[in-house]
Ligand binder design. Structure first.
Ligand code: ADP
Length: 138
């Protein structure tokens, strides 16, 4: 059993796709163990996307990720980290296969609807980044 961090990004909220995206995860058997609707600070985004801060497109990512609140979720299930990454699909929505969330509903490389932790280690770090003590059910 694993718990991973999923963020429904501003494009998912603005396009009213939060429900259909969450349905895909629930239909695969994942359970919500934590949830938070929040406008992310620049500081938390710099930390979360520290591997991208030096790229020229980083300011655009900051603007996009702060264009509305996001829905941060802790989702639990067997092999959750890898299975949820598979359901989400690769970063570039235009290249993501049909049947994945990004391939079916995403717009481009940046507006790709969902963040999902990419390893068990990062899931633990990221859950701690977005949720405080007691905010994710054990
Ligand atoms: P992923 O979200 O698939 O794990 P990354 O960690 O590489 O991908 O990037 C984090 C997020 O930054 C992406 O989901 C996307 O929103 C944005 N991003 C990444 N690369 C680019 C790019 N070349 N141009 C615009 N936005 C990008």
């Amino acid at each position: 059993m694993e718990t991973t961090l999923v963020i429904l990004k501003p494009d998912a909220i603005q396009k009213r796709l939060a429900g259909v995206i969450l349905q895909r995860f629930e239909a695969e058997g994942f359970r919500i163990r934590g949830g938070k609707f929040t406008l992310l600070s620049e500081a938390i985004l710099r930390e979360h996307y520290q591997h991208l801060v030096n790229f020229p497109f980083f300011p655009e990512i900051l603007t996009f990720m702060r264009s509305s609140p996001v829905l941060a979720l802790a989702l639990e299930g067997p092999n959750a980290v890898a299975r949820i990454r598979d359901l989400v699909g690769p970063t570039d929505s235009t290249k993501a296969p049909k049947g994945t969330i990004r391939g079916d509903m995403g717009e481009d490389k940046m507006r790709n609807l969902v963040h999902a932790s990419d390893s068990i280690e990062n899931a633990a770090v990221e859950l701690n980044r977005f949720f405080g003590p007691g905010e994710v059910l054990p």
